[in-house]
Every structure is written in C-alpha cells, then in structure tokens.
Design a binder for this molecule. Sequence first.
Ligand code: HEC
Length: 162
Amino acid sequence: MKAIILLMIPLTVFGHGNIKHSEKKESHQTPVKVDDSFVAIYKNINAEYKIKVEAIFKGKCFDCHSGQTVYPWYYKIPGVNLLIDSDIKEARSHLDMSDGFPFKGHGTPLQDLGELEKTVKSNSMPPLYYKLFHDKSSLTEIEKETILNWVRKSKVRLEEGQ
Ligand code: HEC
C-alpha cells in the first residue's frame, strides 16, 4: 500500500501540469468578474447550467472545485492531506463552482467557459491521479457533449449580449 501512495505523490504534483494557463500572468490582478448589464444573461445561462450541467460537475468536479469536498480515505495519510488541500485551494482559485454560474475564480465568465471547453475537449479534468482513485470519474462522451453544448450556447449568448 505504501508503495502505491508513494507512486501517487508525483502524479499528484505533476498529473495535471499539462494545462496551459493563458490568463495566468495578469489574471490575479483582475478584480472584475460580473458586468451588471450581463446579469440577465448570466441568469439564463445559470438556469440551463442547473438543469443540464451541475449534476455532472457535482459528481466529478466538486471535490476540488467547490466548498463541498467529500474527502477520500487517503486524505488521512500524513503528507497526502497537504497535497490534497493545496490542490483544492488551487482548483478553487482557478474555478469555484460552489455557487453556480458565473463561477468564482480568476477569469471572466467568458474566459471560464473557454477554459472549460479546453479541459473537457482534452480530457484533462479531473486530473489523472484523481481518476486513478475514483473509478468512473472520467467524463463520459454524453457528459462531454452536454457540457460542450451548454458552453457553446452560453458563449454565443455572452458574445452577442443576449
Ligand atoms: C482532484 C482535484 C480536481 C478535480 C476532481 C477536478 N479538478 Fe479541475 N483543476 C484542479 C486543479 C488543481 C486545477 C488548477 C491547476 C491546473 O490547471 O492543473 C484545475 C483547473 C481546472 C480548470 C482550469 C481553470 C482555469 O481557469 O485555469 C478547469 C476548466 C477545470 N479544472 C475543470 C474541471 C472539471 C470540469 C472537472 C470535473 C470534470 C474538474 N476540473 C475536476 C483540480 C481538480
């Protein structure tokens, strides 16, 4: 068992290092999030999110991207808990799904949708080590299609302002 855990640690650290953060440089200085004139559009996008997408994210993403983590058994292992805590902290600073759309985090709503589209298309979330521990946590093709349809529709709504 120890050997398995030791093998997992590098995966935890490097397992999701392949995602590019285009906004990283200036993102943390960007205080903007919600533009008032878009409130009605956000509401519509969120309504559809709640119906179609949130359940998928709750099952497969909320452990890291929300305040509703269900801690795994291996959280009890000294050292591993620190890695998990820092992962959750980082995941939430990028994208916090706790309160629906618009998500909290460092990006604008449109940027968040773009990041989601990229990660879903490239199968890079959940991170590899999480998938190894959580059977069936990969997104299925149907789930990916559902998320991407919502993302595309929402991007158009935001870009066209309606
Ligand atoms: C085990 C924890 C974990 C789980 C589960 C997880 N993520 Fe992540 N996610 C992270 C971490 C850590 C980052 C930030 C570092 C990185 O990008 O690798 C991140 C970053 C992201 C980003 C990039 C955000 C940005 O603006 O840079 C997106 C999008 C994302 N995750 C979507 C998802 C989706 C969708 C799911 C569920 C299908 C999911 N994640 C599940 C840990 C997780």
